[in-house]
Design a protein around this ligand. Structure first.
Ligand code: ARG
Length: 480
């Protein structure tokens, strides 16, 4: 296949160099964005009198036919094509002739690829946000259902204070809410269109960049042509959003691995989300959780890889930047897979309330309640803390819990103890009285769950960024 740039270059490209240079094996993924960009660009060229109405019509029919052919699987993306942009343009010229050659007027592959890649990231953000909102709803359901399911809260992985399983689920829901906000912020920051930048220095053609920007769903064109073709911040921001999101999923997975171990037995994963061992018949392994935890490393790698590609690049476009796509594609595929599996796993797991309560009862997680009780009776908190510490140490030695110590024994330590002590250290009461905003008391957790559901509803409706009408129409046409 002859190259678009034959002219200055007279020799055939070496076969290995050609394969090395070609990106079609992965960037064919951008075909919808590439065609969408060309549809809008050609409308603008016609509006500005740069091409005729007939030429624009021919371009549109040609592009939509190519779209259909690609959708039908009739186009083979061989390394003969340098990349998806070249491929679409060559197919177009083959099918409609000279009008096809006019499509690239006032445009370079540098602003074209910057646009296509941006449009791709936008659409992926929208998809991933939807999956996140679903996950948040599942967590909010679990939060509400288990608002009174007592479990030990941990610090340093040591039993610390009483919380509920619902409260724990809502902690994760809050992390995923921030992930949604981060994605929306990334959208807001990248909401500018690079078309018109050309290779790097704009163009002499009288392009209407507000037209192309708004019809492609952006608020405005980018205000510096060199920056427009050199910028991959949006990809980096997206990858860092994905890394933080993976970190959250990984932490939850890690907890689920611990909770499903024999040592904890707080949850049992459904068989549909577990695997067995080839040799140990008793095993039920949390492979899905481990994979989410493991794949977090890949996504961090995608981010570090692209940061490293970008760090030494002089302005403007450099071919190194072709490395941006696989990193983002890999992160998208990985995150989407994890987001497909995690909600189902959460929805179907068995929550072992009895085991959680037993663990909560055995670990002196009401020791703070004892210290608070004495402090409320007038003992300085530091003294109350010390006295309780000694009491716990004594209990451990004798194999008792705080509940087992008689009032006489307690009074030997302090006159302040009375019958009210047993109520103060009761686990359910202890949980119910932690009513501070954000705390684990039932009504607080229910409020958190309601807030999370309202958040999911609000942000499903589109959040801050609303694509304009025509873009919806194009996208709709393209999806069909
Ligand atoms: N395949 C290239 C990429 O992904 C497209 C841009 C090519 N531009 C150029 N001047 N070679 O980066």
């Amino acid at each position: 296949m002859s190259k678009l740039w034959t002219g200055r270059i007279s020799k055939e490209t070496d076969a290995d160099a050609n394969d090395f240079n070609s990106s079609i094996s992965f960037d064919s993924r951008l075909y919808q964005q590439d065609i969408l960009g060309s549809l809008v660009h050609s409308c603008m060229l016609e509006q500005q009198g740069i091409i005729s109405y007939e030429e624009k019509q021919a371009i549109h029919h040609g592009l939509l036919e190519i779209l259909n052919q690609i959708n039908a699987g009739n186009i083979e993306f061989t390394d003969e094509y340098e990349d998806i942009h070249t491929c679409v343009e060559q197919l177009l010229t083959q099918s409609i002739g000279d009008a096809g050659k006019k499509l690239h007027t006032g445009r370079s592959r540098n602003d074209q690829v910057a646009l296509d890649f941006r449009l791709y990231v936008v659409s992926q953000i929208e998809d991933i946000k939807d999956s996140l909102l679903y996950l948040i709803q599942i967590l909010a359901d679990l939060g509400a259902e288990h608002a009174e399911t007592i479990m030990p809260g941990y610090t340093h992985l040591q039993r610390a204070q009483p919380v509920s399983f619902g409260h724990t689920m809502m902690a994760y829901a809050n992390m995923f809410r921030r992930d949604v906000l981060r994605l929306e912020n990334t959208l807001a920051v990248m909401d500018e269109c690079p078309l018109g930048a050309g290779a790097l220095a704009g163009t002499t053609f009288p392009l209407d960049l507000d037209y192309t920007a708004s019809h492609l769903g952006f608020s405005k064109p980018m205000s510096n042509s060199i920056d427009a073709v050199s910028d991959r911040d949006f990809a980096l921001e997206f990858l860092s959003d994905m890394s933080i999101l993976m970190m959250h999923m990984s932490r939850l997975s890690e907890e689920m691995i611990l909770w499903s171990s024999w040592e904890f037995k707080f949850i049992e994963l459904d068989d549909a989300y577990s695997t067995g061992s080839s040799i140990m018949p008793q095993k039920k392994n949390p492979d899905m959780c481990e994979l989410i935890r493991g794949k977090t490393g890949r996504v961090y790698g995608d981010l570090m890889g692209l940061l490293t590609v970008m760090k030494g690049l002089p302005l403007a476009y450099n071919k190194d930047m072709q490395e941006d796509k696989e990193a983002v594609f890999d992160a998208v595929d990985t995150v989407k897979m994890c987001l497909k599996v995690l909600p189902g796993m959460l929805r179907t797991m068995k929550v072992r309330k009895d085991k959680m309560r037993a663990a909560a009862s055995g670990g002196f997680i009401n020791a703070t309640e004892c210290a608070d009780y004495l402090a409320k009776k007038g003992m300085p908190f530091r003294d109350a803390y010390k006295l309780t510490g000694a009491l716990v140490a004594d209990c451990i030695e004798k194999g008792l819990t705080l509940e087992d110590v008689s009032l006489e024994q307690l009074n030997e330590l302090s006159e302040l103890f009375d019958e009210g002590f047993y109520e103060a250290i009761d686990l359910d009461k202890a949980l119910a009285s932690r009513k501070v905003y954000g705390g684990p008391a039932k009504e607080n957790v229910l409020e958190q769950a309601n807030e999370a559901k309202a958040f999911a509803w609000e942000h499903k409706k589109g959040g801050k960024r609303k694509a304009p009408e025509l873009r919806n129409t194009w996208t709709y046409t393209l999806k069909k």
